[in-house]
Ligand binder design. Structure first.
Ligand SMILES: [Zn+2]
Length: 345
């Protein structure tokens, strides 16, 4: 059992409420970094001093937050209304168990029993604004005593391993956080490495916007978990990335073109180290690279990701070999970074 992934994914950290994850990570890295601090937004920024062989300033980022729900009101029957925090496919929410607020009160996103549905109801999608969280409160007053408006709810998903794969919640981006923890625990790099475990990515790359500006690095590497859409479909479309085929390398997404010199460095490094990799099919989505790349005078930045099925739902799946290969690839990419590589002529 990968305890690092288990502990990181079972911790709760819906955007803006990342402190449980932050404390856990701090505990994991404290002995392996030279300095650390938490900024005003809640980003955890650590410095791992290098050997001094290179003067580069390198930032490696992974976001701590996960998608979840925010309580927005009560119905007279004691159920909780909610808004989503981060992007969701509404139909994945029904019937899921959640933990609400700081007391982690258990609730279920209620669904009407199938026996009571008319045939047209059975065929239609239930909209998220008609869903409610049931915490077993007898009425509105009882509900408001237990849970306050503005509190957040996270999914309850136990980490499990099946064969080469792991099932759990929030691999996006605790898988990236776990990779970054492993990098910090390894031998010093030639340069000072600034690690950021950032907040509020899922609501618009907000934490990394502050970190990128503040760190002003020469190069940035973002570690992510990217959606793998690789299960058979009616149209038999080729997958964007597939589980088990190695680290996924971003080239272009909905908001960024990755630094081509870094992309080429990543793929060449993978080939020379015999690490499998796959180019993520260009289009859609976005990572913290977008905001880090465009801060200060511009920062060369790129993203390496662990492919993860069922992203932005209560339960995801990753392949553990892909995960291990992202650790290997990110490590090798960093160790062979040079000033030349990112110098503009
Ligand atoms: Zn992510």
């Amino acid at each position: 059992m990968n305890e690092l992934l288990k502990n990181l994914t079972e911790a709760v950290g819906v955007s803006s409420y990342e402190h449980e994850v932050r404390l856990l990570i701090l505990d994991l890295i404290k002995k392996h970094v030279d300095e650390w601090r938490v900024d005003a937004m809640g980003n955890l920024i650590a410095l791992k001093k290098g050997t001094g062989a290179s003067g580069l300033r390198v930032l490696v980022d992974a976001h701590m937050d996960e998608v979840g729900l925010m309580i927005s009101g009560y119905d007279s029957n004691g159920t909780l209304k909610f808004e989503t925090v981060g992007g969701f496919n509404d139909r994945t929410l029904l019937g899921k168990v959640v933990q609400v607020g700081p007391k982690k009160i258990t609730g279920v996103i209620g669904a009407r029993p199938v026996h009571l549905l008319t045939s047209s109801q059975r065929d239609s999608v239930v909209k998220v604004d008609t869903m409610r969280i049931d915490i077993g409160a007898k009425d509105k007053d009882a509900a408001s005593e237990k849970v306050k408006v503005g509190e957040l709810a996270a999914f309850v998903t136990k980490y499990e391993e099946v064969g080469n794969c792991a099932i759990g919640k929030a691999f996006d981006d605790r898988a990236g956080c776990a990779v970054l923890v492993e990098l910090l625990r390894s031998a010093p790099y030639p340069f000072d490495l600034i690690a950021s475990f950032s907040v509020q990515e899922e609501v618009g790359l907000r934490g990394a916007t502050v970190v990128g500006f503040d760190a002003n690095p020469d190069v940035a590497l973002v570690l992510e978990c990217t959606p793998a859409y690789d299960l058979p479909t009616k149209d038999d479309t080729s997958p964007n990335v597939a589980l088990g085929k190695g680290p996924s390398v971003y080239v272009m997404d909905g908001v960024t073109i990755q630094d081509p010199r870094l992309v080429s460095h990543i793929t060449k490094t993978a080939v020379s180290h015999n690490i499998p990799f796959q180019i993520r099919r260009p289009g859609g989505g976005g990572t913290n690279t977008a905001t880090i790349q465009r801060t200060q005078g511009g920062i060369p930045a790129a993203t390496i990701a662990v492919p993860g099925r069922h992203a932005h739902t209560p339960t995801m799946m990753i392949n553990l070999e892909d995960y291990a290969n992202v650790v290997k690839l990110a490590d090798a990419v960093l160790r062979s970074l040079t000033q030349e590589l990112v110098k503009r002529n």
